[in-house]
Design a protein around this ligand. Structure first.
Ligand code: ADP
Ligand code: TYD
Length: 219
């Protein structure tokens, strides 16, 4: 199963990826966790190009190409092989982040992002956990981090509010893929909620695998 963790900056995604991985490993699953942009040597290099420097370093269009190039390398070398070997893959951000951050809410950019994704990668996660948080809380948490990856943190709180709304829009459009989790709670309460939803999805998939022809019988 391929799981992505999404949400605005500082939502608690990385924290929840670590806790979910631990819980699944304790349950006997083989788990590969990774992050975007990054996850391979080449994609980590692209990450530095994308996250360091001034906000106007790249246009939205060039960013789409760079994020997709990094994702393609990550997908080919890490995600796809792990899935083929039967692991559960948990990815901290995936294509929905490009849809939300690089489209800037513009329909023509959204279409180009989707075309590029289906042309080169063509795979969506089986489950996307959206950690939904008050943008000002996420913003202050993200600002408290001290590193060189500040390019996207310069975009301001107003934009974080819009990004949150865009993530919720995507979740509304694909309710079967998305689980929206309230991230404004303590870490352990959120982790239990995330695990419950992942567990339910795993059980659903097992049931479908065990009775693959059930829907044909009923129709
Ligand atoms: P993201 O990956 O979404 O940017 P992180 O998991 O890195 O978020 O969390 C950002 C910061 O907030 C970290 O310092 C982390 O320890 C803290 N944090 C994460 N989840 C919570 C929570 N539920 N309550 C309080 N602090 C949290
Ligand atoms: P990340 O390290 O996940 O940041 P955070 O821990 O603050 O959530 O991602 C770094 C930044 O890259 C983040 O501001 C979102 C941005 N980003 C995009 O704009 N498009 C993308 O496709 C991805 C994967 C990330």
């Amino acid at each position: 199963m391929f799981i992505s963790m999404e949400g605005i900056d500082g939502a608690g995604k990385s924290t929840q990826v670590t806790l979910l991985k631990q819980e699944l490993v304790n349950g006997g699953h083989r788990v590969v966790d990774s992050r975007e942009p990054g996850g391979t040597e080449g994609a980590e290099r692209i990450r530095s190009l994308l996250l360091e420097g001034e906000s106007d370093r790249w246009s939205a269009e060039t960013e789409i190409l760079l994020f997709t190039a990094a994702r393609n390398d990550h997908y080919e070398r890490v995600i796809q092989p792990a899935l083929q070997q039967g692991a559960i893959v948990i990815c901290d951000r995936f294509a929905d982040s490009t849809r939300v951050y690089q489209s800037r809410g513009k329909d023509d950019l959204k279409k180009r992002i989707d075309s590029l994704h289906s042309l080169f990668i063509g795979r969506e996660p089986d489950l996307t956990v959206l950690i939904d948080i008050d943008p000002s809380l996420g913003w202050y948490r993200a600002l408290a981090r001290q590193n060189d990856e500040t390019r996207f943190e310069k975009i301001g709180l107003d934009l974080q509010v819009k990004l949150r709304a865009e993530f919720l829009n995507l979740a509304n459009k694909e309710p079967d893929r998305f689980e929206v989790v309230d991230g404004n709670r303590d870490t352990i309460t959120i982790a239990r909620d995330v695990y419950d939803r992942v567990f339910r999805k795993l059980m659903d998939r097992r049931q479908k695998e065990a009775y693959p022809t059930q829907s044909h019988c009923l129709s």
